[in-house]
Design a protein around this ligand. Structure first.
Ligand SMILES: Cc1cc2nc3c(=O)[nH]c(=O)nc-3n(C[C@H](O)[C@H](O)[C@H](O)COP(=O)(O)OP(=O)(O)OC[C@H]3O[C@@H](n4cnc5c(N)ncnc54)[C@H](O)[C@@H]3O)c2cc1C
Length: 519
């Protein structure tokens, strides 16, 4: 029987980060992955019909990757990773031909806000100024450590002025915060949209600080040169250099438990692989606690919590990908030449009230008027298309259960993509002649490819008050340990949650190494 110090299930970026740290600490580990390729949401595929056109089918905009502790610790640039952070980071194109712009330089962002509302520009500056130390000294460190119980956190925050301010602002919902502080409907919509992209439910109290944190954060959207998968390849190289093994196209059927401890996995082929010290799962709670564990070993309360685990209503994405002869040329760029180099472009969003409409459509399983955002990666990295050619994509938040059933997506997909292209052409008329080919991907396609993203939830679990921090995924289960000794969690269902942050894997590494008494 093959034997390792530890086995990690699923080879997304969180698992690979965990594995690389453990390898550097001298542990012999194996990561098992059901797909033909490691990296999970870090996926770049070549269009099979058009060689050389690369598409990032999952994560693309990656926030502040180069500032993450694991990026430096694991020496990912030595392993080939490179990041690009375009200066005009986000542009919201309104129907009346204007653009709300977010720059890496805050002064330029303030100038853009002032074109919509001078008061809003001043408010932006005020919040940015006040929240910089809160982000730096409280929120960033919290994301990079094992969460403490809410009462303990509250008591600690109350001891400092910055902490008290954070508690006060977070008592609001993002919607309340924006309505209370800002006046212009497009500014409000823009702020909520950026926040909504992080998938926080804008109506829920407890998350009011997210907008202020967004204003103050120096963490801007970045992209990986060579495609998002290039980060996965760098992580794999770091894993292999530290002695870790990754086996692809293997699906576990059972986590083995002996004398109450996790001691290995059984695969679909019937192979038993033994783990001397730990098993870590990056999968969702249902996969870990229901599909892979003998139910006699899962207490009733935990099964009930798995049943109640909520996936994000607003996270599922629909994608339209284009192969192009030239990049989209936005009409608004005739007055604003800087838009030719805008990174994330948002269209269809003019008014803050559209949010509640989008939420209603998601609840009903119907399609709201299109609000979409995306990029033309080849403007910044020509290696993602053949010479002189381009790729571009747009995403839209759409319900997983289309008209009550996710299977409806297969018939509706292409028609919906045509509607998105029409809106895109209204803003970028040259697309009428520039499209070589296109394809779409629905929320159902996401779940088919990455089943841990149940219901197409790319965060692998909603951000609600009882599923964040110390309570993610369950009440009191935020420390990456499970009720079974030697069985750990390390994926996006754990603190601080989904997206490419690598922090669930980073934090899980600290916990496992500490439990094993390894520095
Ligand atoms: C369309 C889309 C767009 C996105 N855009 C962004 C973005 O712009 N920025 C951003 O930061 N994030 C984005 N995300 C979210 C991001 O991709 C995820 O939150 C992130 O990949 C989660 O990382 P992870 O390591 O926890 O899990 P994953 O990346 O999901 O990796 C989990 C791995 O486990 C494997 N697995 C699943 N089930 C099993 C099983 N039973 N046995 C073995 N292996 C299994 C999967 O194949 C996968 O390789 C996007 C996601 C999607 C779908």
């Amino acid at each position: 029987m093959a034997e390792y110090d530890g086995i990690i299930i699923g080879a997304g970026h969180n698992s690979l980060i965990l594995q690389a740290y453990l390898g550097r600490a001298g542990l012999k580990t194996l990561c098992i992955e059901r797909r033909q390729v490691a990296g999970g949401g870090l996926s770049t595929v070549e269009d099979p019909r058009h060689p050389g056109f690369l598409h990032n089918t999952h994560a693309f905009f990656q926030r502040a990757i180069t500032t993450m502790p694991w990026y430096a610790d694991l020496e990912l640039e030595r392993h080939g990773a490179r990041y690009i952070e375009p200066e005009l980071n986000v542009a919201l194109l309104t129907r009346d031909g204007r653009a709300l712009e977010w720059w890496t330089d805050i002064e330029r962002t303030v100038t853009s806000f002032a074109e919509f509302s001078r008061r809003d520009a001043e408010t932006l500056q005020r919040w940015q100024h006040e929240f910089v130390p809160i982000v730096r000294d409280i929120l960033v460190p919290e994301g990079r450590s094992v969460p403490v119980a809410p009462e303990e956190r509250r008591a600690k925050l109350k001891r400092s002025a910055a902490g008290r301010r954070l508690l006060e602002v977070s008592a609001l919902s993002p919607l309340e915060f924006v309505h209370q502080e800002f006046e212009h409907p497009a500014v409000k919509a823009g702020l909520l949209f950026f926040n909504g992209l992080r998938e926080v439910d804008l109506r829920v109290k407890g998350f009011g600080h997210h907008i202020a944190a967004l204003l103050a954060s120096s963490a801007k959207a970045q992209m990986s040169r060579g495609g998002s998968a290039a980060l996965a390849r760098a992580l794999e190289a770091a894993v292999r250099e530290s002695g870790g093994e990754i086996r692809l196209m293997i699906e576990p059927t059972r986590i083995l438990v002996e004398n109450g401890r996790a001691i290995g996995v059984e695969t679909a082929e019937g192979e038993l692989i033994r783990a001397r010290q730990f098993v870590a799962s990056s999968l969702n709670p249902r996969q870990t606690f229901v599909d892979l564990l003998d139910q006699a070993l899962v207490p009733r309360e935990i099964r009930a919590q798995v049943e109640c685990f909520q996936y994000n209503l607003l996270a599922p994405l629909f994608a339209l990908h284009l192969n192009l002869t030239e990049p989209p040329r936005y009409a608004a760029a005739s007055d604003r030449p800087e838009l030719a180099k805008a990174f994330m472009v948002i269209m269809g969003l003019d008014h803050v009230d559209q949010f509640l409409d989008i939420v209603r459509h998601h609840e009903a399983g119907t399609v709201p008027p299109t609000v979409m955002w995306g990029a033309c990666p080849t403007l910044f990295d020509p290696s993602q298309a053949p010479p002189g050619r381009h790729t571009a994509f747009m995403w839209e938040k759409l319900p997983y259960r289309l008209n009550g059933d996710p299977a409806n997506w297969d018939a509706a997909r292409d028609e919906h993509g045509k509607g998105m292209l029409r809106l895109w052409q209204e803003h970028a008329p040259n697309l009428a002649d520039a499209v070589i080919d296109s394809f779409t991907r629905s929320p159902l396609d996401v779940e088919r490819e990455l089943p841990n993203m149940r219901e197409g939830d790319l965060l692998v679990g909603a951000f609600t008050n009882d599923q964040v921090g110390f309570h993610r995924p369950f009440r009191g289960a935020g420390a990456y340990r499970t009720h079974i000794p030697q069985l750990y969690l390390c994926g996006s269902s754990s603190h601080p949650g989904g997206n490419i942050t690598g922090l669930p894997g980073y934090n899980a590494a600290q916990v496992i190494l500490s439990d094993l008494g390894v520095r």
